[in-house]
Design a protein around this ligand. Structure first.
Ligand code: F6R
Length: 260
């Protein structure tokens, strides 16, 4: 696991560099897209490169991590709509190239199985962008999630619903209680994981993710088992890392050509 500590704008550039290098080398790459605040600067940077530097997603495909259950199709906080606004509509993905789990399906377990099959039929995810919840979730794998889980329905914790109330007019009662989410094993199948975290509120979750014991109590800790996981954090999110100085020294002496 590589830990990079840098200001938020630099972190977004680094994540965008990784996506950029992948898509230019393999135009039909499969990307994994997270929702929430953490990747927004990355999406801004990718949109800028699309507009100004010819970065094209015309042959690429993308899979979202998760979706709320039961939000009306036109609801602005439905993750399918958020992804459309934040990235898909700002670049040149082909129609239908960005997929998400169907949180309005009549048969939710069947929708989850279909989503797993779609990811697998696409050859799996090459690069997965991730954020982390203050309770240590990735996607919506809340504490207690099976480390071997696949896409399924989950109940959001009170903490996550409070954290996300800011997207619902600060009214926690408007935050859905259930979601469909890629499982931890689904995420672990992606070939490169790139997680972004900023702000003091993420410091404990980041400490557990990087340095804690692997446990369903902090689901993101499963990333310690991934052969190619990159954790991009600002000073505040890094403030509880025991080995922060070592991570800084390691990154400072890394050759520039190596990328993430
Ligand atoms: C969203 C997702 C979640 C978020 C996490 C952090 O698709 O998968 O795991 O990444 O809740 O959210 P933010 O980035 O808003 O702090």
């Amino acid at each position: 696991m590589e830990v990079v500590i840098a200001p938020a704008t630099r972190l977004a550039e680094l994540a965008a560099d990784a996506v950029d290098a992948l898509v230019r080398a393999r135009p039909d790459a499969v990307l994994g897209l997270a929702t929430g605040s953490s990747p927004l600067k990355v999406y801004d940077e990718l949109a800028r490169r699309h507009e100004q530097e010819g970065l094209s997603f015309a042959q690429a495909r993308a899979f979202m991590l998760d979706e709320y259950v039961g939000l009306p199709a036109e609801h602005p906080e439905r993750y399918r709509n958020v992804i459309e606004t934040e990235i898909a509509s700002r670049v040149d993905f082909a129609p239908g190239a960005v997929q998400g789990p169907d949180g309005n399906a009549e048969d939710l377990p069947a929708a989850c199985a279909a989503y797993e099959a779609a990811i697998s039929d696409a050859g799996g995810v090459d690069l997965q962008i991730l954020g982390i919840g203050t309770d240590g979730h990735i996607a919506f794998n809340e504490p207690g999630s099976s480390l071997a889980s696949r896409t399924r329905i989950k109940t959001l914790t009170a903490q996550t619903r409070e954290d996300n109330a800011r997207f619902f007019g600060d009214d926690v009662d408007r935050v859905p209680r259930h979601c469909l989410t890629q499982g931890l094993a689904t995420i672990m199948s992606a070939r490169h994981l790139v997680l972004l975290a900023t702000g003091k509120g993420k410091a404990e979750a980041v400490h557990q993710l990087v340095e804690g014991p692997i446990s369903a109590l902090w689901p993101a800790t499963i990333m310690q088992m991934h052969p190619h996981a990159t954790v991009l954090v600002d000073d505040a999110a890094a403030s509880r890392l025991q080995l922060a100085d070592y991570y800084r020294q390691t990154y400072a002496s890394k050759p520039g050509w190596q990328g993430l």
